[in-house]
Design a protein around this ligand. Structure first.
Ligand code: PDD
Length: 278
């Protein structure tokens, strides 16, 4: 792969970052993941806007202006002949002597790489995925897309050890989100329920797009928190993210949701998203 690092295009084996980088030592870094379908960026404006917000929340600056950032995204797709997959972009505060306080004049480290991934077709789309519930032990600013991903990694690994595909995280009795995706249910009345935006969840770009499409498709939507019990009693459930788009969830803590197969509204929303964006 050809990767991007601080203004240079390099073979992946040539791309090196300092061991003093604050991304490495303090997880002092933010990231974005953008899907690519047919060589095209999906929902890029949303990802660019969230990146800006994450940077501002952490008083970090972007080493590239908006046009250059888009250009680098387009170039990395072309240089790697990426048809379907994702672009990972990370900006850290950069290298500095190890000190908890932010350095005065840091030079950020920006890197991008691509990863091939089948998004349009996945065997899991046929069956849906199974999730387990786990306490949400992440820090409380989940609206900032930082690289502090240890707990989500623990949760996902635990889910796999328990023969499930992912974890739905629970705080104060309510589902926040999945380990790396937003969580949604469809009630038996056909209403889409998804947690409202706050610092408790990442403001998913796919989530926002699906809410828009639901309104257009006449699917009523309610933005509020729901409990694991309500999810168990729901007709359908799904997750959304740049790397899965809309993925049906058919089991929670071993119990089937609805008929235990991908639901019709879930499938309609997925089809509408794929049609609209590709
Ligand atoms: N994760 N919630 C969390 C905690 C996430 O990490 C993600 C995305 C989402 C969905 O956001 P979006 O629709 O903008 O991708 C929700 C990315 C894909 C990742 O970490 O790989």
């Amino acid at each position: 792969r050809i990767v991007y690092l601080n203004g240079e295009w390099l073979a992946e084996s040539e791309a090196k970052v300092s061991i003093f980088d604050r991304g490495f030592l303090f997880a002092d870094a933010i990231y974005e993941v953008t899907a690519v379908i047919g060589g095209k960026l999906i929902d890029y404006p949303g990802h660019a806007a969230r990146l800006k917000r994450s940077l501002a929340e952490l008083r970090m600056t972007c080493p590239l202006d908006a046009d250059s950032l888009l250009d680098v995204h387009r170039q990395i797709v072309a240089r790697n002949n990426l048809d379907e997959g994702l672009i990972y972009m990370q900006i850290s505060r950069g290298p500095a002597d190890r000190d908890f306080a932010f350095p005065a004049n840091p030079t950020p480290t920006i890197t991008l790489f691509t990863q091939e991934k089948g998004i349009l077709s996945s065997p899991k789309l046929e069956t849906g995925i199974s999730v387990i519930t786990m306490p949400d032990l992440r820090w409380v600013r989940r609206d900032i897309k930082t690289v502090q991903l240890l707990y989500p990694s623990i949760a996902k690994t635990e889910a796999m050890h328990r023969n499930a595909d992912d974890a739905w995280l629970v705080e104060d009795g309510f589902v926040t989100e999945a380990s790396s995706a937003n969580a949604h249910i469809v009630t038996t009345e056909g209403k889409l329920v998804t947690r409202s935006l706050s610092t408790a969840i990442l403001h998913g770009i796919t989530r926002a797009s699906i809410l828009d499409l639901a309104r257009g498709a006449g699917v009523p939507a309610e933005e509020r928190a729901f409990t694991p019990q309500e999810a168990k009693n729901a007709a359908e459930a799904f997750i959304t993210s740049a790397t899965s788009f809309v993925m049906p969830v058919t089991r929670i803590d071993g119990e089937p949701i609805g008929a235990g197969i991908p639901g019709p509204i879930t499938q309609r929303l997925r089809a509408a998203y794929v049609e609209d964006r590709r």
